[in-house]
Design a protein around this ligand. Structure first.
Ligand SMILES: NC(=O)c1ccc[n+]([C@@H]2O[C@H](COP(=O)([O-])OP(=O)(O)OC[C@H]3O[C@@H](n4cnc5c(N)ncnc54)[C@H](O)[C@@H]3O)[C@@H](O)[C@H]2O)c1
Length: 354
């Protein structure tokens, strides 16, 4: 099938803009996939513009955003990978200039700003998506598959923990740039967990603390989310705990799952072999014993599977190409990310990081 390359611009040539997007497109091209072509880059740093111009023949570097918006050098699509606080305004400028847009996470600084971006994209009749690349993770889709299979019974609680002890002092630690863990790491975490919640959100509780950071934004986040379906999400992302914790833990009425290294370990019961249990309404318990009256032995089965099973992997750029060129449904719609921003706002409530 013939491929019409998407003429791409990248704004911000840092860790995300260059390492993920610039190099990502370069690797695709080196592997013979010519579906994205970098024709313009925008960054205030001369050496970064030069590096991109040398890497991508025909690519033009712009130091000035407004000049790029006027000239575009043929770009029809832009990746916004600048500081978080700039995502909303730059996305809306680009949409108004006729470009399709993919902004890095976080999509916006508030639900209100996200709504303005969604309205701007609709008016401009352009695609807007958010680089929620962790929505592609194979372990996430494997987990969805396991939960849907019913092996765990009714799933009532899902925990995702991420911890390390990491001091930091770059702009991501400062609120004025949209820094802090809730805007930086948690857009990935909450995005994944909302997929697993599988229900509209009923309530959110959050605790944010600045522990070992040099900046004024939080580096420790605890969030509890309850869905209208009764399922609860327990999420912890901290830079101030120097032990590893299981990344995933899932509790169901017929089984339990947790991640151990790169595996999921599932302990589960066969419902056909599980005798019905009735509560006994007596005033005292025979022989002062705990557990099931008369005793019972549960027949636990243990299954170990590779968490990141490649058959569950999704390729973000493949899906994006199909949406821009072939009008296929967007993999990450801005509306789905709006829900994530709502959770972020609710998690901030009552904390000093409002
Ligand atoms: N999806 C992911 O996995 C992922 C990973 C890393 C970062 N990010 C996101 O990407 C964004 C950028 O983070 P980073 O770590 O790459 O930052 P960074 O500091 O490494 O890079 C920012 C780049 O933007 C340039 N820049 C600053 N202001 C600009 C402007 N007005 N116009 C054009 N360029 C400008 C800087 O010179 C720098 O080259 C953040 O919002 C972050 O949340 C996402």
């Amino acid at each position: 099938m013939s491929v019409k390359p998407i003429k791409t611009a990248i704004a911000g040539l840092g860790r995300a803009g260059w390492n993920i997007h610039g190099r990502g497109i370069l690797s695709r091209r080196q592997a013979g996939k010519l579906d994205f072509e970098v024709v313009a880059v925008i960054d205030p740093m001369d050496e970064r513009l030069k590096e991109a111009e040398t890497t991508f023949p025909g690519c033009k570097g712009f130091k000035d955003w407004q000049t790029f918006l006027k000239e575009k050098n043929g770009a029809e699509f832009i990746v916004i990978a600048t500081q978080s606080v700039d995502h909303g305004p730059m996305s809306m400028d680009a949409l108004k200039a006729g470009l399709h847009v993919m902004t890095e996470k976080p999509m916006a600084m508030s639900v209100k700003e996200a709504d303005k971006m969604i309205a701007t994209a609709k008016k401009a009749k352009r695609i807007m998506t958010i680089h929620q690349n962790r929505r592609c993770d194979a372990d996430l889709h494997h987990l969805v598959h396991i939960i849907k299979s019913g092996i765990l019974g009714k799933v009532f609680m899902i925990k995702q923990y991420g911890s390390n002890f990491a001091r930091r002092n770059d702009w991501q630690t400062l609120r004025k740039f949209g820094g802090g863990t809730l805007n930086n790491t948690c857009p990935h975490t909450i995005d994944q967990l909302l997929l697993l919640l599988d229900s509209p959100v009923e309530s959110v509780w959050g605790d944010l603390q600045a522990c070992v950071t040099a900046g004024d934004a939080e580096d420790h986040v605890k969030v509890l989310i309850r869905g209208k379906n009764g399922r609860v999400i327990d999420m912890e992302v901290t830079s101030a705990y120097n032990f590893s914790q299981p990344h995933w833990q899932v509790m169901g009425t017929l089984g339990s799952l947790r991640s151990e290294g790169d595996e999921f370990v599932i302990k589960h019961l066969d419902p056909k072999k599980l005798p019905k249990l009735k509560a006994v309404a007596s005033k005292a318990v025979p022989d002062r014993k705990y557990g099931v009256i008369g005793g019972e032995q549960l027949e636990w089965q243990e299954t170990r599977v590779k968490a990141k099973d490649p058959k569950f992997e999704v390729n973000f750029y493949d899906r994006l190409y199909d949406s821009i060129r072939n009008k296929k449904k967007l993999f990450v719609t801005p509306e789905s990310v709006r829900d994530q921003l709502r959770v972020i706002e609710l998690a901030r409530k009552g904390t000093k990081f409002n």
